[in-house]
Design a protein around this ligand. Structure first.
Ligand SMILES: [Zn+2]
Length: 498
């Protein structure tokens, strides 16, 4: 139960004792990267990157341990495609050809999009650095790395399964006594909960990111189903040890999803009555496709730009997206010569009332910035944020200035990418701003329901700040009383014995 220095890890590994440690950073959005040693095997669950601050001042934090070079890793599990879980996974997998690697089919589809984007961004950053005579930052990975990874994923070198549609248990002849199980987690398309049955009789559950409530693209998962547990007689385990996320361990949703939807519809209808437009800035994974589907459900037509164009079919279904495009329920911005014209037309409402959904959830670079430059200065337009507002982001700045009285100084400065250079651009803010909490994470009550259903003997809480841990622990103790298991915070570099 102690915080160690990474250099001490080798000694603990050599001891062959069972333990778990979190190598990811927990500040800001945090990154997830757990290492477990159990019954002689060493496994890694997720390998993400964390961001603090945004835009050009963004600091990327890598998990401790330089890809664990020199350590024999027996298995690597990637729970879902979000960057804070997957951002550093490709170099980790390539650095450990000895590992068995587990992920879902949908995660692979989304990773292809994310990896291609990362390569493009790296190219742009390198060109911009070249132009200014600065040294380009070292690339995270190369085009060859990506091709190699994708080729191996296709040729069956990795364990890739469709956990969105069916529960799976996997065993290996050379690992007698081990069983690996995967079941959908509700968090986003492709996300799963991982279960490991160990030879000594222990059962370990890694929740990954969870959602107990329904989203537009996924059904919520309240707790792990008994039928899935029964497939591997998991209830017979000597101990059930749960490692659970607690991003929202300290809070419950402020309004019901139905109330949020009704409020959203009212805001959009009012904007339409004024003859003005709405701009949604979203992450391209999960949130973007969810918002597009929600808007269509609420009866609106949608204009889509940025990376959401690529993730929409993967998360919503290719058939439905093809139908939307054919009947113009959804219009995609076109790359190339038409791009600038279409952007202007959409921003000015020339396609009728049609909310714009585009990536750049933080308003720091990305496709959304160009729309913001056009749309923020117009009174009665509305900018809608549907996720966490990050500290230091232009989005946060927007929400700080939007309610100030009109006058000089009611501007925010956005980073615009022109000819591979960043140009600081002041933008007047006259539009409205609204925030909706369409979280993809279980809130406190949903986390408690999950734990109560599984009834673990030990709970390790990770992927949260101190307040998330404290919130979940007290809620669990209130609910479970005398049955409350031991609860520990698996924070950065804290080594917990199993
Ligand atoms: Zn996630």
């Amino acid at each position: 139960m102690q915080v160690i220095k990474f250099e001490e890890l080798a000694g603990y590994l050599a001891s062959r004792k069972d333990f778990i440690i979190q190598l990811g950073e927990q500040t800001g959005i945090g990154s997830s990267n757990s290492l477990i040693q159990k019954n002689g095997l060493i496994g890694v669950i997720d390998c993400g990157m964390a961001f603090e601050g945004t835009g050009v001042n963004k600091i990327t934090t890598f998990p401790a341990g330089d890809l664990l070079r020199g350590i024999h890793i027996d298995f690597i599990i990637l729970t879902h495609a979000h960057f804070d879980h997957s951002g550093w996974i490709l170099p980790l997998i390539l650095a450990h050809p000895e590992s068995r690697v587990f992920f879902s089919k949908k995660t692979l589809e989304l990773l292809k999009v994310v990896l291609e984007d990362t390569l493009n961004i790296q190219k742009k950053v390198a060109r911009a650095a070249d132009r200014t005579g600065l040294e380009a930052p070292a690339p995270l990975f190369t085009k060859q790395d990506v091709s190699e990874f994708l080729a191996r994923a296709e040729d069956g070198s990795y364990e890739v399964f469709d956990s969105d549609n069916e529960d799976v248990w996997i065993t290996f002849e050379d690992w007698p006594g081990w069983e690996f199980g995967f079941t959908f987690s509700g968090h986003m398309v492709g996300a799963f909960i991982s279960l490991i049955k160990c030879p000594d009789g222990d059962g370990i559950v890694f929740s990954g990111d969870l959602s107990g409530h329904k989203q537009e693209t996924t059904d919520g998962v309240k707790t792990i189903s008994e039928s899935f547990l029964e497939m591997a007689k998991f209830r017979d385990c000597k101990r059930i040890i749960l490692v659970i996320e607690a991003t929202y361990g300290n809070r419950n949703r402020a309004e019901t999803l139905e109330t949020s939807d009704a409020r959203l519809k009212a805001v959009l209808e009012e904007t339409e009555r004024h003859g003005k437009q709405a701009l949604f800035l979203v992450f391209q994974l999960n949130r973007g496709p969810n918002i597009v589907k929600k808007l269509v459900k609420l009866g609106f037509k949608v204009f889509v730009a940025g990376g959401v164009r690529k993730t929409l079919a993967i998360e919503v279904g290719a058939e439905l997206v093809a139908k939307w495009l054919a009947d113009k329920t959804v219009i995609f911005i076109e790359n190339g010569l038409n791009y600038a014209n279409m952007l202007q037309s959409a921003a000015r409402g020339e396609y009728g009332f049609r909310p714009v959904v585009t990536s750049s959830a933080t308003l720091d670079q990305g496709a959304g910035v160009e729309f913001a430059i056009q749309m923020l200065p117009v009174k009665d337009n509305v900018l809608i944020s549907t996720g966490h507002v990050f500290d230091g982001s232009a989005m946060q700045e927007f929400f700080q200035v939007k309610d100030q009285p009109i006058g000089p100084g009611k501007t925010i400065v956005l980073d615009r990418m022109i000819d591979n250079s960043l140009v600081k651009t002041p933008v007047n803010v006259r539009c409205r701003g609204e925030h909706f909490d369409y979280s993809a994470h279980s809130d406190q009550s949903e986390l408690v329901t999950f734990v109560d259903g599984l009834k673990p003997d030990m709970v390790f809480v990770n992927h949260c700040m101190e307040d998330g841990f404290n919130g979940l622990r007290s809620a669990l103790r209130d609910k479970l009383r005398d049955d409350s298991p031991q609860i520990e915070h698996l924070s950065h570099l804290r080594l917990l014995k199993l």
